[in-house]
Ligand binder design. Structure first.
Ligand code: AMP
Length: 192
């Protein structure tokens, strides 16, 4: 672990609770959150060329291209040295992104230490988010885009699980449990 810090990936489908758990780790441990979704939404809000390029695809719930998100993450990797570790949230989402991340981290003498998978049931997820669409304000929080985000997760992102299992980094947590129970399970995994 670089400098005694720990880098972890919060892994799971949309609305599994990754953002909620990341927020807690930031507050309690001084970790930094690297969320490609947040970076892309910031690019859209700023009206940059990149933002204009990704806006349409994000609204549909499909993935943007690997080169875009790998570039965004690379720009932020220096943040890892200034914090007690990093939380990758929503990245990587494809095998190509995972391989690029490992290579970028290695060049900086960092590594992914732990991959925490929040396990949730698709149908239960849909029920969980249904009531929140109206208040979220995200253009991709509607039934059609959410369904597409789940499709993209199951098609492109879930296949990463064997990659991290093979590296011995994967810990599976019941994401349907309460926020506090999930938090305790994450703490236990980080203390191993
Ligand atoms: P999120 O906030 O993580 O759910 O991301 C919102 C949207 O941003 C996704 O539905 C994708 O369109 C895009 N996005 C975020 N992260 C990635 C990524 N690592 N790879 C491809 N697309 C991404």
């Amino acid at each position: 672990m670089g400098g005694g810090s720990m880098n972890l990936i919060l892994f799971g489908p949309p609305a599994a609770g990754k953002g909620t758990q990341a927020k807690r780790l930031i507050e309690n441990r001084g970790m930094v959150q690297l969320s490609t979704g947040d970076m892309l939404r910031a690019a859209i809000a700023s009206g940059s060329p990149l933002g204009r390029r990704v806006e349409g695809i994000m609204a549909t719930g499909e993935l943007v291209t690997d080169d875009i998100v790998v570039g965004l993450i690379e720009e932020r990797l220096a943040d890892l040295d200034a914090h007690g570790g990093g939380i990758f949230d929503g990245f990587p989402r494809t095998l190509a992104q995972a391989e690029a991340l490992d290579a970028m981290l290695e060049r900086r003498d960092h590594r992914i230490d732990l991959v925490i998978r929040l396990m949730v049931d698709d149908e239960a997820l849909k029920a969980r988010v249904a009531g929140r669409f109206a208040e979220s304000g995200r253009p991709d929080d509607n039934p059609i885009a959410f369904e597409q985000r789940l499709v993209a997760y199951n098609r492109d992102t879930a296949p990463l699980l064997p990659y991290y299992r093979h590296q011995g980094k994967l810990v599976e947590v019941d994401g349907m449990a309460s926020v506090d129970i999930v938090a305790a399970a994450i703490d236990a995994a980080m203390a191993r």
